[in-house]
Design a protein around this ligand. Structure first.
Ligand code: ADP
Ligand code: MG
Length: 254
């Protein structure tokens, strides 16, 4: 259903994600902060990228720009063939619904919705019919090991379980790109391990991922590690991609 290949992504076509000379400034005059400073980035479909660097170096700002949740002060971003600067707010929202899944450090689940309702919401917004969205949400919860928690409210789940629900939710619209901002930042080591395994499974399945992390174990699951300092890339190292058969986490039947 997702139609991705699970190869290294060197397809020769346009990269899924492309940033050209992108900067994002906050404030003005003495208070000016260049959170992202003249960054170039190409991410081919199927690549899994970890972004590391000290607190305040611009990682979250970069992720928000790449996902069309914020706009650059300068430069251009293309995602899935769309120039983000050419889109208005509604166009950006539509692009996010169609192409982007977001995972946050603090989960951002809707407290009053059950696990399955949280997961199916992006599928509904992306235009899936109700029954298909529900079936997909239940399948995704199974895949993240929470099939028996579908009816639970987030308050009845552990931190690791909440983040697994959030990952299932990020997959609900069959996104071209998953963006994760310190997805294990609020988790203990057992929960971190569960989330780590999920990202590894996603990588093996050929899901394009950009993950901000302080955790070298998360970075070790990526094909490529970018290090930022003061808004700029100071290191960008790609590893040889090794993949088993595409896993079934994201290839749902419906
Ligand atoms: P990181 O995620 O690497 O910790 P951020 O992207 O959150 O870094 O922040 C990068 C820099 O931009 C920091 O100096 C931060 O204070 C500043 N910054 C981020 N968002 C805003 C904002 N909305 N207004 C002003 N400054 C901001
Ligand atoms: Mg951050």
């Amino acid at each position: 259903m997702t139609g991705r290949t699970g190869t290294s992504g060197e397809s020769g076509g346009d990269p899924l994600l492309q940033a050209r000379a992108v900067s994002r400034e906050h404030g003005a005059g003495q208070g000016l902060v260049r959170a992202v400073d003249d960054v170039d980035l190409e991410v081919p479909a199927g690549q899994s990228v970890a972004v590391m660097g000290p607190s305040g170096c611009g990682k979250s700002t970069l992720l928000q720009l790449l996902g069309g949740m914020d706009r650059p002060t300068r430069g251009r971003i293309r995602l899935a063939g769309h120039r983000l600067d050419a889109l208005g707010e509604r166009g950006l929202a539509r692009l996010r619904r169609a192409h982007v899944g977001f995972v946050f450090q603090s989960f951002h689940l809707m407290d009053e919705l059950s696990a399955v309702e949280n997961v199916e919401l992006p599928a509904l917004l992306a235009g899936f019919r109700r029954r298909r969205a529900r079936r997909r949400a239940l399948q995704l919860l199974e895949r993240v090991g929470l099939g028996d928690r579908a009816g639970h409210l987030p308050s009845a789940l552990s931190g690791g379980q909440r983040q697994r629900v959030a990952i299932a939710r990020a997959l609900a619209n069959a996104p071209s790109l998953i963006l994760a901002d310190e997805p294990t930042g609020n988790l203990d080591s057992a929960a971190t391990h569960e989330v780590l395994r999920l990202f590894e499974t996603l990588r093996l399945a050929g899901q394009t991922l950009v993950m901000v992390t302080h955790d070298p174990r998360i970075a070790a699951t990526a094909d490529r590690v970018i290090t930022m300092r003061d808004g700029a890339f100071v290191d960008d190292t790609a590893f040889l991609a090794t993949r088993a058969e595409p896993a079934s986490l994201i290839d749902l039947e419906s």
